[in-house]
Design a protein around this ligand. Structure first.
Ligand SMILES: CC(C)(COP(=O)(O)OP(=O)(O)OC[C@H]1O[C@@H](n2cnc3c(N)ncnc32)[C@H](O)[C@@H]1OP(=O)(O)O)[C@@H](O)C(=O)NCCC(=O)NCCS
Length: 178
């Protein structure tokens, strides 16, 4: 089920998750994973060490920036356990890219696959998108597995780095026409 809540904000309900826009009010919940090196090491953001920086980021995504950001709320206990986004790829013309991350204690329960499939379905139904891509830092095989379970396939290696230019490394690139 998809519900439009504001001009660019949507809510999506899956079997176990509510995908909804995030705000600065979510700071304490989000801090639990963005400050956790086990989660952040494979993400484009450097591990957060400063809550003010997180407030700035959450504040920035309260305005539409071209991609659809979602917090993932577990329906069983109403806890925000992860977040992700989907939107036009900055590197692959005609494709939409997506990403996700979850609190460490919520891994390996199928939540990433459930959230990613919901975001893909959202992009297909709301915007008619058919071409999707994503990528992960080479050792992050769990994420590649999620991409494959969403119907994408490995297309080759690329390069990646964090937003601050550190951690240059090889990436594995995935695409799918869905
Ligand atoms: C990657 C991440 C989002 C996966 O979330 P998740 O909810 O555990 O993913 P799912 O349970 O839906 O699926 C993971 C799959 O990978 C498999 N997997 C887990 N660890 C793995 C590993 N080290 N190697 C290979 N496969 C692995 C799981 O068994 C599962 O497959 P299965 O359902 O066939 O058993 C989560 O680990 C995370 O938040 N990591 C840190 C942030 C991150 O890396 N984000 C992605 C950046 S590209």
């Amino acid at each position: 089920m998809r519900v439009k809540v504001r001009a660019h904000d949507y809510e999506i309900t899956t079997e176990r998750l509510l995908l909804r826009p995030m705000t600065v009010a979510d700071m304490d919940a989000v801090w639990k994973w963005v400050s956790d090196e086990r989660v952040a090491r494979y993400m484009v953001y450097p591990t957060y060490t400063d809550k003010e920086k997180l407030r700035e980021w959450l504040s920035s995504i309260e305005k539409f920036n071209g991609e659809y950001n979602f917090g993932y709320v577990r329906l069983s206990d109403n806890e925000l356990i992860g977040s992700g986004s989907i939107g036009p790829s900055s590197t692959k013309e005609g494709f939409w890219g997506f990403g996700y991350n979850f609190r460490y204690d919520c891994w390996k329960l199928g939540y990433a696959t459930e959230a990613a499939k919901a975001m893909i379905d959202f992009a297909k139904r709301e915007f008619g998108i058919t071409h999707f891509c994503s990528s992960h830092v080479e050792p992050n095989l769990a994420s590649g597995h999620v991409m494959e379970k969403c119907g994408l396939h490995f297309v080759g290696y690329g390069e990646c780095e964090k937003l601050d230019g550190t951690c240059k490394s090889r990436s594995m690139e995935y695409e799918g026409i869905l």
